[in-house]
Design a protein around this ligand. Structure first.
Ligand code: NAD
Length: 317
């Protein structure tokens, strides 16, 4: 299958390598010059757990350079960057192209619907992970899985088959929105609180009131979900959080939002807590915890960007 990965960062490049290895024709699309230069010069370096580094040569181009027709485009930008990416790659999206979004957060489907019809869209949630430690190098651990569903009437079977040839452990669900809200619930607890408390996952788990804080956030999400016809399973999310925070599972790692703040980047907060606060306002549902967390993270984004700009005398885009 001819596959483009729009957003060839941490996760996009991990999936891209696996798909190429399975025999698919994969092209990465990204706009980060240093990352593109590193991959074009030395290949993409993948370090999996404590194994020796491996190099992979996956073609990578910018959105303005990419040409051709693709059966599948996997969308893996950060959520705030999705709309711009879709505008920039409009010339490679034909009537036959299917778009699969695996980015975290809420509202992605609405963004894609501005660019293509529902019958071309597949939405998914993934438990694959990856960290981009420097341009051209990712570190990976464990394995993962993907749950996906067609938003309209697309035939998902050829895509599921192609992805599973690369051992991506894809399963079709009939309620992807529930899965997306479930993951967004987890991320709306761990990501912003890690930033605001300056704590990695292991440290956050040692806070005596960690689960109380989680419940305040999730109770609001549940009410907002009910207004949208989504059943948010708080016990299920709490159970996942308990597992993630257990000392034997929680690592010394920081969620991606923490890293985005450190790097002076805008975060996905408006597509997590900010999304729930926005829908809450529209539906007259009080969401004080999610609204406050959203404002605090925006303040933190500005503070860190100004600090970094002073250090570097230039803003990162
Ligand atoms: P990332 O920032 O490493 O990768 C995104 C890439 O998209 C970057 O390389 C960036 O240069 C590129 N990009 C963004 N906008 C662009 C544009 N307009 N033109 C060209 N290039 C553009 O992010 P990531 O960690 O790979 O995460 C991607 C998505 O997947 C996020 O929604 C994240 O929450 C989700 N996710 C990540 C992981 C993980 O472990 N990394 C796990 C599950 C879900």
């Amino acid at each position: 299958m001819k596959i483009a990965i729009a957003g060839f960062g941490a996760l996009g490049s991990r999936l891209g390598v696996k798909l190429q290895h399975a025999g698919h024709e994969v092209t990465g699309i990204d706009g980060w010059p240093a990352h593109i230069a590193a991959i074009n010069t030395d290949g993409l370096t993948v370090i999996h757990e404590d194994q020796a580094p491996k190099k992979y040569f996956v073609p990578i181009v910018t959105p303005t350079e990419v040409t051709g027709e693709y059966d599948l485009i996997i969308l893996l930008t950060k959520t705030p960057q999705l709309d711009r990416m879709l505008s920039d790659i409009a010339n490679i999206i034909t009537q036959k192209t299917k778009l699969l979004v695996l980015s975290n957060g809420l509202g992605n489907i609405e963004v894609i619907e501005k660019h293509v019809g529902r019958d071309q869209i597949l939405a998914g949630v993934t438990l694959w992970t990856s960290s981009l430690v420097k341009p051209g190098e990712i570190h990976t651990t464990g394995t993962g899985s993907i749950k996906l569903q067609a938003v309209g009437n697309a035939d998902v079977n050829p895509i599921v088959e192609a992805l599973n040839q690369a051992n991506l452990n894809v399963e079709v669900t009939d309620d992807v929105l529930k899965a997306i809200w479930h993951k967004a619930g987890i991320n709306s607890v761990l990501n912003p609180l890690s930033v605001l408390l300056d704590a990695n996952i292991l440290e956050f788990g040692t806070a005596g009131n960690a689960m109380d804080l989680a419940l305040h956030i999730l109770n609001e999400i549940q009410k907002v979900g009910a207004s949208q016809g989504i059943k948010v399973d708080i016990p299920g999310i709490m159970s996942d959080l308990t597992n993630l925070l257990a000392p034997e599972n929680a690592g010394n790692h920081y969620p991606s939002m923490y890293q985005d703040i450190q790097n002076g980047k805008y975060t996905e907060i408006d597509f997590l807590n900010g999304y729930f606060a926005k829908i809450g306002r529209q539906e007259n549902i009080d969401t004080p915890f999610n609204a406050l967390i959203t404002n605090l993270i925006h303040a933190k984004e500005d503070i860190e960007r100004v600090k970094l700009a002073k250090q570097k005398e230039t803003f990162e885009i």
